[in-house]
Write a protein that binds this ligand. Structure first.
Ligand code: HEC
Length: 116
């Protein structure tokens, strides 16, 4: 059983590795691989709506490139907190938290210069 799990996880890591490799081979000329429109916005919509989007709109809007850039440090700080922490986002764990891969995308996006 354990062996099977191990084999499966290696297979998964292998596939994920291929996916990353593939997306890198489609690099745009300026070598930026992540952009707000393609990579960050979908995560924000999936994990931070409706609260931070106009549909609900009760708290700070995080529905645009400008807003996400302005609050970038706070966003990263909050999604990386222990889910029990009162500042953790998504608020009160009402939505699944960001996965390590999603957080890595945010950090990569910053490292590459916040492409729009
Ligand atoms: C269920 C509703 C809900 C969801 C989903 C949610 N938030 Fe929040 N968010 C709140 C509330 C309520 C506050 C105000 C309380 C506070 O600051 O902790 C807040 C505050 C914030 C703030 C501080 C904004 C300011 O006033 O400067 C940030 C940054 C933030 N959230 C980021 C996020 C991110 C990133 C996600 C998605 C991963 C997310 N939130 C998901 C409800 C939500």
């Amino acid at each position: 059983m354990l062996k099977k799990v191990l084999v499966l996880s290696f297979l998964f890591i292998g596939l994920a590795g291929c996916a990353i490799f593939k997306s890198n081979s489609n690099e745009s000329p300026n070598k930026v691989s992540l952009s707000y429109a393609q990579h960050i916005k979908p995560i924000m919509e999936a994990k931070c709506s409706p609260c931070h989007f106009p549909t609900s709109g009760k708290v700070e809007m995080l529905d645009s490139y400008e807003a996400v850039r302005k609050h970038f440090t706070d966003i990263i700080f909050r999604v990386k907190l222990n889910p029990e922490h009162k500042k953790y986002m998504p608020f009160k764990q009402k939505k699944p938290g960001l996965t390590p891969a999603e957080i890595a995308k945010f950090q990569m996006w910053r490292a590459e210069g916040f492409a729009e």
